[in-house]
Design a protein around this ligand. Structure first.
Ligand code: ARG
Length: 285
């Protein structure tokens, strides 16, 4: 199904990549969620939960499926493949050796699907759309999480390579090791986030750039349910779980909240957003 994505074509339906969890399991520990869960996942359950997510996302986006690779149990978290911007793909360079095997098949997939591959300078660590999230209110504004996985130096490098504004955010809680575990830009500039995951300077930065009425701060309980790890397409927000209070606030802001249980993936430290990668970044809201 080779196909070239053009940044100049306005699409009405977002395009989202997913990678089946055929080889998913917790095989090693590279974040606190994985601790205690090595070889504790059920492929039947993860398969069922992933299918439910794919069916739900498919109702609001075109889902494109990437073939998983045996021996790469975290490849199903395709948000970490790299960063898409228009027709450009910036491949990830993983901090942990356990995930580095994903780099070659991801690069090959994006090259095969017509993306221009643009590399960060040698040796720079960057975990793609797990840590780099485009603002949905201001064009060409990229939020970059660092402190656990991606290097802070990826910020100026991405700004130069993609001609975008990069706003770095320092992550301080090891449970919220990727930006997409604790921060989610939504349409019109609404921003879902867990304040305690950031240092004071980063919270200031969020508050400087996101107006009070657009800030949807979540509490520790919603954060731990991966509520910020949400797939956003148009006014739809797909997430593992939201409290009644969070759901009410999102609905008051005009969003429709859809829950898909993803606890099997949370054992590896990921949920809805990590299991997806937006392929038409820049062409849709
Ligand atoms: N076990 C994976 C890791 O620690 C989970 C990745 C989740 N991905 C994400 N975009 N937050 O790398």
């Amino acid at each position: 199904m080779a196909e070239t994505m053009s940044p100049t074509i306005e699409r009405t339906v977002p395009r989202i990549l997913m990678c089946a969890p055929t080889f998913f399991e917790v095989d090693y520990v590279i974040n606190p969620w994985m601790d205690g869960h090595v070889h504790d996942t059920s492929s039947e359950r993860s398969g069922r939960q992933w299918d439910a997510l794919k069916d739900t996302v498919s109702r609001h986006a075109d889902v494109v499926v990437q073939t998983p690779v045996q021996g790469l149990p975290d490849m199903t978290f395709c948000a970490n493949a790299g960063l898409v911007f228009g027709n450009t793909f910036v491949p990830s360079r993983f901090r942990h050796a356990q995930r580095r095997g994903e780099e070659a098949p991801d690069r090959a997939w994006f090259a095969h699907h017509g993306f221009d591959i643009v590399d960060l300078p040698d040796g720079m660590l960057f975990e793609g759309a797990g840590d780099a999230l485009f603002d949905r209110g201001v064009a060409r504004r990229l939020w970059l999480g660092h402190g656990h996985r991606s290097d802070v130096a990826a910020g100026p490098a991405l700004a130069r390579l993609l001609d975008v504004e990069v706003l770095p955010l320092t992550l301080v809680d090891p449970r919220y090791y990727h930006l997409d575990t604790c921060f989610c830009p939504l349409p019109d500039g609404y921003t879902l986030y867990f304040p305690d995951a950031f240092d004071a300077a980063s919270l200031d930065r969020i508050e400087q750039h996101v107006a009070p009425a657009l800030r949807i701060a979540v509490d520790a309980h919603d954060a731990a349910s991966f509520a910020c790890n949400a797939v956003s397409t148009g006014r739809v927000v797909i997430l593992n779980r939201a409290s009644g209070d969070l759901r009410a606030r999102l609905e008051a802001a005009g969003f429709m909240v859809i829950e898909v249980a993803l606890d099997e993936f949370m054992k590896a430290g990921g949920a809805a957003k990590c299991l997806t990668l937006r392929l038409d970044e820049l062409t849709n809201g």
